[in-house]
Design a protein around this ligand. Structure first.
Ligand code: PMP
Length: 347
């Protein structure tokens, strides 16, 4: 791995971050706060939230098997994706390499940051090749984007190939594990200590059922987390979000129940979907959604919209011709989808 200084945008390496009133004060004894130009009325919304979300991190870190200094919290994992560009790539100079197809924000954030995005197609089984990804890299490649289980394909990326990338790529390897709670594979965040160039992304938006509160996580070596923290907005995770997440962490048994029932539903829906005349091929999935090649994705998509059922049409995405991406819902929701598609076939 190159040194972190070599990988970091030089102005960011040199950056002296904004120091907020709440950064400078930490401690529980004080009761009179005249340091942040807040309004003393309208408790508790009158006070700025903890910029480093210490109480929440103290709950998340042990639950995720990491240390608090290996944890960054942001406004969705989308914030972490954008920050990785802003911290570790130079606009108009550096590039990143990513699997294709994958989650669209890696490219959107590259474009926003004027960083060249180099997609490398997966094979027909939607599997990645470390050799092909490494062949697309040059001296200006700072980041490799891997998503596992991958969106929109649903499958896990080959573990051995990811390990090779972690060993052989001299820049940062991001493994986005947004859907790993639905997968049987061990998550990479448990191997942070072995891989100084690894950044793992997680989110409260999927298994944790909290997409509305906007809370994402990045796990990495403390030095990498320190750089992300330097660049983030001082109060990037608001108090309402921190409170809602703390509440959800205290009910983590719910998450386990949701995941178990979604996995059960997933197995049932896949089986029933395979028997539908519209179904050509269901791709293997380790996530809470599946990608399916159908007879005519465009027509079926619009037919479902007319029936009030929204799925994701991925037909225009590389390797996904005539494919729909379908999220596993509740049993009645899934039944409504299956019923609608049975009727479609009879038309
Ligand atoms: N990564 C992947 C792979 C995703 O599919 C998504 C959301 N669709 C995200 C990250 C973004 O998650 P968040 O809601 O935490 O911004």
């Amino acid at each position: 791995m190159k040194s972190l200084k070599e990988l970091t945008r030089p102005n960011i390496w040199a950056l002296k971050p904004y120091s907020s009133a709440r950064d400078e004060y930490s401690g529980k004894e004080a009761s009179i706060f005249l340091d942040a130009n807040e309004n003393p009325y309208n408790t508790p919304n009158n006070r700025y939230p903890d910029p480093l979300q210490r109480e929440l991190k103290a709950l998340i870190a042990p639950a995720k098997g990491v240390r608090t200094e290996q944890l960054f919290l942001g406004n969705g994992s989308d914030e972490a994706i954008d920050l990785i560009y802003r911290c570790f790539t130079c606009p108009g100079q550096d590039n990143v390499v990513a699997i294709e197809p994958t989650y669209g924000m890696y490219q959107v954030c590259a474009d926003i940051n004027d960083v060249e995005y180099r997609p490398v197609e997966l094979d027909e089984q939607f599997q990645l090749s470390a050799d092909r990804l490494l062949a697309a890299c040059d001296n200006h490649t700072k980041v490799l984007w891997i998503c596992s289980p991958n969106n929109p394909t649903g499958n896990n990326m080959d573990r051995q190939e990811i390990l090779r990338l972690l060993q052989e790529f001299p820049g940062l390897v991001v493994v986005d594990e947004a859907y790993s709670d639905f997968s049987t594979q061990p998550p990479f965040r448990l191997e942070l200590d072995e891989h100084p160039n690894l950044i793992v992304l997680n989110t409260f938006s999927k298994a944790w059922g909290c997409a509305a509160i906007r809370l994402g996580m990045a796990f990495a070596a403390p030095e990498i987390i320190g750089i992300l923290n330097k660049v983030k907005y001082p109060y990037n995770v608001n108090r309402l979000t921190q409170e809602a997440a703390i509440e959800q962490m205290q009910k983590d048994y719910e998450v386990k129940r949701w995941v178990d029932s979604l996995l059960e539903e997933r197995a049932r829906v896949l089986q029933e979907f395979a028997a539908l005349p519209v179904c050509r091929h269901i791709f293997p999935t380790d996530a809470n959604f599946f990608l399916v090649r159908v007879t005519d994705a465009h027509r079926i998509y619009h037919y479902l919209v007319d029936a009030g059922i929204i799925v994701r049409n991925r037909s225009h995405v590389t390797l996904c011709k005539d494919c729909l991406r379908i999220t596993v819902g509740t049993r009645p929701e899934n039944d409504a989808l299956l019923d609608a598609l049975r009727n479609y076939s009879q038309q």
